[in-house]
Design a protein around this ligand. Structure first.
Ligand SMILES: Cc1cc2nc3c(=O)[nH]c(=O)nc-3n(C[C@H](O)[C@H](O)[C@H](O)COP(=O)(O)OP(=O)(O)OC[C@H]3O[C@@H](n4cnc5c(N)ncnc54)[C@H](O)[C@@H]3O)c2cc1C
Length: 416
């Protein structure tokens, strides 16, 4: 089977590499950064003296493509999470705490159970979920879920902001519906929260690289593809920072770079061009364990707090609105929320603020229209990435599916 060149060793590129290798191809990955993983990786932070994840990442057990990818690369056991679907929350305004705990089956009787449902939510609020599931067109999350009262404020809004990384008044409801249809609507068995037990790279990146290497795949880090040499409607060379890499007859290319890079390599390509920030604040401290390893906070700067050995880390999504605040202020506010939620002592421990200004494309109707499919006008070039038209927001699941789709196209009869 011919060699496939993959530009970008984030999750989309790695998923494509794994799927293509399974289909019998040889693969070579070109990665501009010093390590693979892109936006989903771990690194050593010198100031805090420990490894950090690029950002807290949460998966749900309904993310089938992701779980398949992890099973293939022998990494399924690197994830951890509670045995049941549980989502602990606290309202910082009132001090109330509750745990949303969907039952495992598809009939959602949990909405009737006071110990499992959202406090203050009326039964009719849950009708909003049915409205959401069948939403069409360009309606925003806030419009479709209008009137869902406490259910919206205390569950659906936090989930929407986390999944779409976009303010609800502009976030596209259809994209949230796609997530809900594959998770909450399938019953609690598809909603078990999962996080890496050690770190993002230890789950999603290192096992895949070892798996690929054992099967003849190669990765060139620090090798940026600066341009494509195109001739006769096909890519002939990748012009890399280490010189040209020829694309031989019958060979093909997967371009799995972020949306702000892709149009520089393929002029004329329309891709999302508006982004939203995610802010993570990492605190070097020991905290008492919490049942799910995380807690959702309503009404704070910190929207989610994740706890693992020696590190407590907060997430603030759709954070363009606060990204210009000084790091010290963001850390102080996030710590105040965290200390309250976890009953930790007041003095702020050593911290690191990470502002990912282009964490994901803004999940709006206008940006959705800019998402291209995997095919291009070039006969041997396909696209992958969380920003391509996956039908999902920019997530791990979307990135992995896009890589699988690119691989299927190249392994299928038409592109051989
Ligand atoms: C802070 C944060 C929190 C997140 N939380 C979650 C979460 O909880 N759950 C979830 O499902 N998703 C989450 N996501 C989203 C998820 O991380 C992304 O959807 C996914 O990692 C995107 O993968 P990708 O391969 O499409 O893109 P990328 O990870 O951006 O990979 C692209 C790769 O291409 C490389 N590259 C760029 N230009 C070139 C070039 N010219 N030549 C060669 N290589 C190049 C880059 O260095 C990079 O490695 C989060 C993202 C962030 C930033």
């Amino acid at each position: 089977m011919p060699l496939i060149h993959i530009i970008g060793a984030g999750l989309a590129g790695l998923a494509a590499a794994v799927a293509l290798t399974r289909a019998g191809h040889r693969v070579t990955l070109y990665e501009s950064g010093p390590a693979a993983g892109g936006r989903c990786r771990s690194y050593f932070d010198r100031d805090l003296g420990c490894r950090l994840d690029n950002g807290n990442h949460l998966l749900l057990s309904g993310n089938r493509a992701t779980l398949d990818y992890l099973a293939t690369t022998d990494a399924a056991a690197t994830l951890t999470g509670p045995a049941r679907p549980i989502f602990p929350f606290m309202d910082l305004a009132t001090g109330e705490r509750w745990t949303v705990a969907p039952n495992l089956g598809r009939i959602p009787w949990w909405v009737l159970s006071p110990s499992r449902r959202v406090p203050g939510a009326r039964l009719r609020d849950y009708a909003a979920l049915a409205r959401l599931r069948f939403t069409r067109g360009d309606a925003s999350v806030a419009t479709v879920l209008d009137g869902a009262g406490a259910l919206y404020r205390r569950l659906l809004q936090p989930l929407a902001v986390a999944a779409l990384n976009t303010p609800p008044d502009t976030a596209l409801a259809r994209l949230l519906a796609a997530v809900v249809n594959e998770t909450l609507a399938q019953g609690g068995a598809a909603c078990r929260p999962l996080v890496p037990a050690v770190g993002l790279s230890e789950s999603f990146i290192d096992p895949a690289l070892a798996w690929l290497s054992a099967r003849g795949g190669t990765l060139h880090t620090g090798r940026r593809v600066a341009a494509l040499a195109i001739d006769g409607g096909a890519v002939r060379d990748l012009l890399t920072t280490d010189g040209p890499a020829p694309v031989g007859p019958g060979e093909a290319v997967v371009m799995a770079v972020p949306p702000w890079v892709a149009p520089t390599l393929l002029p004329g390509l329309v891709a999302p061009d508006a982004h939203e920030t995610i802010i993570n604040v990492h605190f070097r401290t020991q905290a008492a364990p919490i049942p799910a390893g995380f807690i959702g906070l309503v009404g704070g700067m910190a929207e989610w707090v994740f706890v693992k050995d020696g590190i407590v880390a907060t997430t603030t999504s759709a954070a363009n609105r606060v990204v210009d605040q000084p790091a010290e202020a963001l850390a102080a506010t996030s710590w105040a929320d965290t200390a309250r939620a976890l009953a930790l002592p007041d003095p702020m421990p050593p911290w690191r603020v990470v502002k990912e200004k282009r964490a994901t494309f803004a999940a709006t109707a206008a940006q959705e229209r800019r998402r291209p499919g995997p095919r291009t006008a070039l006969s041997n070039l396909v696209l992958a990435g969380d920003w391509t038209a996956t039908g999902l927001p920019a997530t791990i699941e979307g990135a992995i599916r896009s890589g699988n789709t690119a691989a299927a196209l190249l392994s299928g009869p038409r592109m051989r």
